[in-house]
Design a protein around this ligand. Structure first.
Ligand SMILES: [Ca+2]
Ligand SMILES: [Ca+2]
Ligand SMILES: [Ca+2]
Length: 498
């Protein structure tokens, strides 16, 4: 998180928290909701920041139980919690990004009913930031839905959290781009294919290594908002150091004391203190850093709405790996990449941008405008593009904050399609790429046709601050020529903004 005192990594490739901490900002008063498999609440370096109100869906109990909110199931959430809210300055273990923030934990992933999800995401309206280092199962390449209760819960929390200023929902982008060790040009999942990742109000976080390059597993997506730091296996590549779950015989967590780690690959080295591990990784490790940065920002400026925070984070993000071919300079002067989002989170820059900020308002003043078209337009079989147009006028939206695109097609294998959304100024954002789908979350399994596009939704972040009025073009190409290509039967654009 802070690069210059570490032996590995590139100086300046970090969250830029030091001057924020030195100015006395540590997340005090910011409440985090950790939606995960469970958190070891009485961990020595977490307990000082535990707030009452955690829910254990397995036992039905509220509050701090004797040991944790998930027993051996609390491995992942305990690591996530430490990255945000391990207490700093206590001469123990580690420090989270927001070392004096407080948190409540919900072990939804250990009993994942829709009702529990809604509870975990919305029951405590005082939650500033809801951290969600989870999504649908990675690595099959297929479109994965989320229940309507999910979208309702997020929409409700944006509108009703923090007295109408909104809870911030941070999500891991997903680890299904490939598997560890694969070339970075091997794409399976895209973050947008997972419906948990593309609500217009959420913040999807990609993972980069400590030299600013993409973590090979981190999913691309037009829906990405930010990046933060993560690692590999902790052996040949640096991984994240954080709090670790312990059991009655200290056998739990990613550092169970037997020289192995549970995820993603085994390693022969970890820390001697089994209450901490140095092998956590994935976009699950990146998202909590953004949650921590938001906790710092909201301590200093608690009146910012969820919309303010999202735009401040985009404006203050750091362009990393600046020669990467994915970077686009938009017509509104943002740098955007479908690998890195607007860039890596920068705490000190965010607080600086916020110091002169005029509020956008919350959900109640958010404008939406939709255009839809039921149609029957053939996708060419010769590799040329079908271009669908949407001429928008009278939207009343002069500054877009997010775009949602829904598409239906009778194409038998939409994995063959390449799709992009183009604004009036001809800047294009890639929203779907040619990829294989597998019969399970492993590329060694047989391939299959990807499931059909039935009002499949994609979220597009990069047209931030564009006017909605104008001519939008959706370009669709079948990258596997000669075979039947099918038709586009429906498309809908929804603009959110002010
Ligand atoms: Ca500590
Ligand atoms: Ca995924
Ligand atoms: Ca352990």
């Amino acid at each position: 998180m802070f690069s210059s005192t570490q032996s590995a990594g590139t100086a300046g490739i970090d969250l830029n928290v030091m001057s924020t901490w030195q100015s006395g900002i540590s997340g005090k008063g910011s409440l985090i909701g950790i939606v995960d498999d469970g958190v070891l609440l009485d961990h020595e370096d977490l307990l000082p920041n535990v707030q009452s109100g955690s829910i254990n869906f397995l036992s039905g109990s509220n509050g701090l139980s004797s040991n944790d909110t998930g027993g051996s199931l609390a491995n992942h959430g305990t690591a996530v919690a430490g990255l945000i809210s391990a207490r700093g300055g206590n001469s123990l273990g580690v420090s989270g990004v927001a070392p004096c923030s407080q948190f409540v934990a919900y072990n939804y992933l250990s009993k994942s009913t829709d009702a529990n999800m809604t509870t975990a995401l919305t029951t405590n309206k005082d939650v500033y930031v809801s951290n969600n280092s989870w999504g649908n199962v990675d690595g099959s390449g297929d479109f994965k839905s989320a229940p309507s209760t999910f979208f309702a819960a997020i929409t409700s929390g944006l509108a009703n959290g923090r007295d109408g200023k909104g809870t911030l929902y941070v999500f891991a982008a997903g680890n299904g781009a490939g598997t560890l060790g694969e070339a970075t040009n091997f794409e399976v999942d895209n973050s947008n294919y997972d419906s948990f990742s593309h609500h217009y109000g959420t913040i999807s976080v990609a993972g980069v290594l400590n030299n600013g390059t993409r973590a090979s597993y981190s999913e691309k997506g037009a829906n990405l908002w930010l990046s933060a730091f993560t690692g590999r296996d902790g052996v040949t590549n640096t991984a994240l150091t954080t709090t670790d779950n312990i059991g009655s015989n200290l056998e739990w967590g990613y550092n169970p004391g037997d020289g192995s780690t549970a995820y993603p690959i085994s390693t022969s080295y970890n820390l001697p203190d089994l209450k901490y591990n140095n092998s956590f990784n994935g976009t699950s490790g990146a998202a909590p850093q953004v949650s921590g940065v938001i906790a710092l920002l909201l301590e200093k400026y608690p009146n910012l709405t969820w919309r303010d925070v999202k735009k401040i984070l985009a404006k203050s993000a750091k362009k990393i790996n600046s020669s990467h071919s994915s970077w686009i300079l938009t017509g509104q002067s943002y740098h955007f990449s479908n690998v890195f989002g607007f860039g890596s989170a920068d705490a000190t820059a965010a607080i600086s941008v916020a110091s002169t900020w005029s509020t956008l308002g919350g959900s109640s003043s958010l404008k939406t405008f939709s255009y839809e078209n039921s149609t029957q337009q053939a996708i060419p079989t010769d590799g040329s593009s079908l271009v669908l147009s949407a001429v928008i006028s009278g939207s009343g939206i002069t500054k877009i904050e997010s775009i949602s695109l829904e598409i239906s097609s009778d194409h038998s294998n939409p994995g063959e399609l390449v799709m992009a959304l183009q604004a009036s100024d001809t800047i294009q954002m890639e929203i779907h790429e040619k990829h294989n789908c597998y019969s399970g979350p492993k590329k060694t399994l047989p391939t299959k046709n990807c499931s059909s596009l039935s009002k499949q939704a994609y979220s597009i972040s990069g047209f931030l601050d564009y006017p909605a009025n104008g001519t939008w073009k959706i370009e669709i190409k079948d990258a596997v020529t000669g075979t039947s290509a099918g038709n586009i039967t429906y498309y809908k654009l929804t603009f959110y903004g002010s």
